[in-house]
Design a protein around this ligand. Sequence first.
Ligand code: NA7
Length: 540
Amino acid sequence: MKKAAINHFDVIVIGSGVSGLYALHHLREMDLSVQVYDGASDIGGTWWYNRYPGARVDGPGSPFYCYTFSEDLMKEWDWKETQSDQPAVLEYLEHVADRFDLRRDIQFNTWIVDAVYDENKQQWTIETDSGEYASAQFLICAVGALSTANRPDIPGIHDFSGECYHTGNWPHETVSFEGKRVAVIGTGSSGIQSVPEIAREADHISVFQRTPQYAFPAGNRSITAEEMADARTNWEILREKMNDNFGGFPYDNQEKSALDDTPEQRTALYEKLWQRGGFKFFLELYSDIATSEEANQSLADFVRDKIRQIVKDPETAQKLLPDYFVITKRPILENGYFEAFNRDNVSLVDLREDPIERVTPTSIITRHGEHPIDMLVLATGYDAISGSMLRLNPQGRGGVRLKERWTDRFHNYLGLTIGDFPNLFMIHGPGSPGVFYNMPLGAERQMNWIGRAMRHLKDQSLGSMEPTAASEEAWANEVSALANVTLFPRTNSWWTGANIPGKPRYFSVYLGGSIYYQRITDIQNKDYEGFRFEPSQSPD
Ligand code: NA7
């Protein structure tokens, strides 16, 4: 990397989504100089890009999908619905950016094309797509766990002459489906959220399904003024509960096994949760749905029955029946997805029996026929969790590139740091609870850990920190040991990397929730066990 005159900061943050915004705020509070870069024209990250019809929070939702660092913020913000839609979440993040005056340290429309560590100076230098350089002792990668789009490599797809959109990079202008024949490829959360919305407007919609999915009623509803008032009054208690809960939400961890109940009792519980809907379905379930095949089967059968009951055409219903362990792919919340197949203008193409062969300028050709279309919606997901780090592909100690280190697995320690990449920190990286945890709260807790580590370096006149190879290996074993207790690794999903050809195939999320935060704090308290430090080379 050639060096022109460059600006120097204490910290450079890449990304101004949920994690990057908090990182900036926290680092400022620590009196550090910070520069944030974002390729988009405004804040929001994944919530800035994901504007497809029907995009909503599909976790436990509002009012607890939020930052917790400021009580005032909690007190002044009114959430309207339990499953907030994308505009509502973005509005909240914009409010946070305004309230804490964050934008003045964020350079938008700036893509970071390279990041290189200088061992002598103990600092990172980044290069932007406009040829600017900047350096900092610390580099924080808040690059998003679901932000590198997976675009299917279907023969002829680039020759398609109609409109073509990936759900994770949806246009800001209104997209009209009126009078159009639309193809949606992909039936994950994005496809399942968008199909009923598109179906209301389009002339016809063909859903191209590779894997049938379990989807649960979103149960979206308005949040009452009483509920908001209650959340505010009890905020301290709720916050504590969020910190103790497995997923970072103020609910009780479940301890009862499905096998302790009779089949009738199980069905009664599933029915009650189904009728209420929402992500709380999974939080109030039995404790062993993800670990016991028998428990899992009982819920899977229940959902398959529901699909058969909702979808009127038995042949279509049959094709929609999932056959993997329920909840071992990211659970999906739906708003009328299965009902949509009862409409005359919605049809299903089962790619397992009728795979796509190619795309022409005006159609999709499958083994058994041609599907003329005007618009192609790619709801094909992401190179999740590790993809955005690999796209950045930083260069660490000895000139090593991340792509060279992350060939067989995503080597890291605590999901926060990587050996040979000193002073680089990830938020929601592989090896952290990331996508299995309330992400704004997780970002805060990970960033607080990182801030404390930075303070430690400064106080001790240390120049760099990075994990040892042994601690990375031990961490990898811990991540895998937790995952292997569950059924998750046995299903092809973006959690296991199976959706991306050639990606290392293993479950890279730390399944520990609140235990994780205790673990990383303990390590910090035990003099940073597993890390090695270098003294500072700089005169001050
Ligand atoms: P997902 O959950 O990864 O879903 C992607 C879907 O696209 C899924 O049904 C895939 O089938 C399908 N897919 C991917 N590639 C292809 C090709 N080449 N051909 C046909 N079908 C394909 O991504 P989402 O955006 O829906 O959701 C991501 C997360 O964002 C979500 O969990 C929320 O937390 C927010 P597969 O199942 O792999 O067979």
